[in-house]
Design a protein around this ligand. Sequence first.
Ligand SMILES: [Zn+2]
Length: 337
Amino acid sequence: MNISKEKFQKPSYLKPLVLMSAMFLGSFTQTTQAALSFTFNYTPSVDGHGFDDPTYGAARQSALSNAASLLGNYFVNYTANLTYDVVSYSANDGTLASAGSGQYLVPGSFQPTVVQEKILSNGGVDENATAADGEINWNFNWNWGLTNAPSSSQYDFTSTAIHELLHSFGFGSNVGAGGLGFALNALGTADTWTTFDSFLTDSSGNKLINSSGIFDATKVGALTAGTTNAAGVLFNGANAIAANGGQGIPIYSPNPFSAGSSIAHLDDKSSVTNTSIMNAAAHNLGLDVRTLGPIELGILKDIGYVNVTAVPLPSAVWLMLSGIMAVLGFQRKRKTL
Ligand SMILES: [Zn+2]
């Protein structure tokens, strides 16, 4: 029954799923107010009790759409329809949900996700053509609160959904244990990283990965150097720093390395970041954080979303050509208890 359990216990960023895409010529004309829209394709669950549950399925699907709209409010300056394959499963594996989006596999570079590229091009670049732009895996082993008032025995569905969608937007890392990248190329050789990764430094401000896409072997220790209230890794993008009084942003870097959680989240331990929606673990049962703070918005600006805001503006018209091989990666959010 727990078909996805092993999947989420893999020791690293999940193995890339290589998708061949067809060449795609997309012509997009802006006719309405700029906005993101979301299309969720629900895969039938094994036990019939996921997003397809006969009793709760409709409310669960509605809750996901509502959460996507809440996130979309920060991106009103962008126009794109984002498609996701949504998988339901049930496993007592410590994971609430996970999400990912493909990216080019180009050793020696920092790559946006398919979702990120699509948003930043206002829908003009769809790197994987008709395939879904992202994937969400939702664990219905837990008791989910779908409303604006989850009970003290429920996890906050909305908080978790916004968190997972943000990973697909490019808020995440390809840095694995030992400093290996997406393709697990040998330390000291070039690999593929996320845009987010290009801003990572050790606690002294020295880059983890150089401009040639090579992880600095002397910085491996930083990945697990996080302690209570002091992270081993910082995010040092200019906008994020500006939102944090000139200081780098503490990144989750516990010891031992936690595959799927380390480096891809704001530090759960640091008092600077431990109340963020982008922490690795849920903070509590019941209502949890549902909003993006100045630091998250700064990070989003640094990774390319320079117009992230709550204020609607008209967007541009784009015509672009794209044909690629895409790979999918996932990052997870763990439960607290
Ligand atoms: Zn996460």
